[in-house]
Design a protein around this ligand. Structure first.
Ligand code: SF4
Length: 472
């Protein structure tokens, strides 16, 4: 019998996640599926995503963990339980890549960067009993990628498959760790290979898990058309959603082929309806596009029967106390079907983190436990124009105003009128109600924490340790 590899995507410690409230938007994360595909066939592989299923702590010879910042502490807890049993653990992902010296205190081996280039060597080292503490993965070429083992994921996702067509983003927003992790590179897979992968999928729904499936400029538009048109020509008959840049609505040909290939909706990072706030976040592309054109672009996307899920961030130094009312009004006026409103979060590795640290504005620095709070629903820094409590309460209020049952129904009806697509209306209603329930539970949790007497509103000095851990 072969060795047993357990790959784990840890959940958040508060156990609140998209799946727990039945949100439409759950899909298998691609990273572990690619590592499983690169694992030699004599290994017995199991993947657990704690966001949709319980962690069972089953037996294994080697445990591989991936984590963003908000679930890093949970990854360390899981690792600790396995290490107590004498089972080796290895951790990769964005958090461990930026803080390898923190991670190595809790796991046996850390992979920095993309793990694919070192994975087979790491497994060989493990089998030969010479697992190293650190492996530095290179950015891999996206040509001839193996077929990701999505079949190893549980079937509890609302969207059962994710397909990656590119990695990275050519932009460089101050708060974003995508560019910090990938460099300012945008790598694309050959369209034919992507189409082959989609052709092999059994189910109809899929998520393109790119950070931005449509990059910027003429060439990017031509590639997107080639991909969408290829889906039509091959008769793939899919329903898909993806993250796109603000320029998605610019080119009627892109929209036409997106719709024909089965696009139900796109996720757009508007981030703010205020130019001043966009400037503070260094959201260059949206500034160049122009806030005054945001509404017309939503309207154009709608006219092709495609829904728009908007992402907004509150708490930048450009945001005063009117940001909550302004954001709510903008979402309603622009007739955006559903929206995620997050609190600006300084993630390690980003310029925003460096800035907040140097200005002594970080509030949650009891690392690694406090990484739990870096989940974009809590204020972990001192905002410029309001208190942290006001920031949290303001964001929760936006959700209350936008996602009550009556408002969700009205908005879903409006989605139908705008898009003439009943599926968009149904998804918008389900997303808005799911967000309502998620936020209510989250708020309850935050309130409980506040009343538990744990002082978390005090500006603490950044822990000395973190200085040494941060990779520059
Ligand atoms: S455009 Fe999006 S993915 Fe690209 S750097 Fe900005 S926030 Fe990150």
């Amino acid at each position: 019998m072969g060795k047993k590899l357990l790959l784990v995507n840890p959940g958040n410690e508060d156990k609140l996640n998209a799946a727990s409230v039945g949100l439409f938007f759950t899909f298998p994360p691609p990273g572990l599926a690619y590592l499983a595909a690169l694992t030699p066939s004599d290994w017995d592989i199991r993947i657990i995503d704690e966001n949709v299923e319980p962690m069972t702590f089953e037996d294994a010879d080697l445990v591989g963990l991936t984590a963003m910042t908000s679930n890093a502490h949970r990854a360390y807890q899981i690792s600790g339980q396995y290490r107590q049993r004498g089972i080796k653990t290895v951790m990769g992902g964005i958090h461990a890549s930026f803080l390898p010296d923190e991670a190595i205190r809790f796991v046996d081996s850390v992979v920095l960067g993309e793990a694919e280039s070192v994975w087979k060597g790491l497994l060989r080292d493990f089998e030969n009993n010479r697992l190293q503490s650190f492996y530095r993965g290179e950015r891999v070429s996206l040509e001839n990628l193996p077929r990701p083992r999505n079949d190893l994921y549980s079937h509890r996702y609302r969207i059962p498959a994710s397909v990656q067509t590119s990695r990275g983003c050519p932009m460089d927003c101050e708060f974003c760790s995508v560019t910090a992790f990938n460099g300012r590179t945008y790598r694309q897979r050959p369209v034919g290979e992507v189409l082959d992968e989609i052709e092999g999928l059994e189910r109809r729904e899929l998520f393109f898990s790119d950070d931005n499936i449509l990059s910027y400029g003429k060439k990017a538009e031509e590639r997107a058309i080639q991909l969408f048109r290829g889906m039509v020509d091959r008769g793939l008959n899919k329903h898909w959603v993806s993250q796109v840049g603000i320029d998605f609505g610019n080119n009627p040909e892109v929209l036409r082929w997106a719709k024909k290939s089965g696009c139900l909706g796109v996720f757009i990072g508007f981030e703010s309806s205020s130019e001043e706030s966009l400037q503070h976040m260094q959201k260059a592309r949206n500034l160049r596009f122009g806030v005054s054109r945001f509404k017309e672009t939503v309207k154009r996307i709608h006219s092709y029967g495609i829904g728009v899920h908007g992402a907004f961030i509150c708490g930048s130094d450009g945001d005063k106390k009117d940001v909550f009312q302004r954001t709510t009004q903008f979402i309603l006026d622009a007739q955006i079907d559903s929206a995620t409103i997050t609190i600006l979060t300084p993630l390690p590795g980003t310029r925003l983190y460096d800035k907040m640290k140097s200005e002594g504005r970080l509030l949650r620095t009891n690392y690694p436990q406090d990484w739990n709070c870096y989940d974009t629903t809590q204020a972990v820094f001192m905002p410029k124009h309001m208190t942290p409590d006001e920031l949290e309460e303001g964001v929760y209020q936006i959700y209350q105003d936008l996602t009550s049952r009556a408002t969700s129904l009205r908005r879903a009806w409006n989605s139908f009128i705008q898009t003439k697509n009943p599926a968009v209306a149904v998804i918008a209603y389900s997303l808005n109600r799911g967000l309502n329930s998620f936020v209510a539970r989250k708020y309850e949790w935050v309130m409980k924490e506040r009343s538990s007497g744990v002082e978390h509103r005090q500006v603490l000095h950044p822990a000395e340790d973190i200085e040494k851990c941060l990779v520059k």
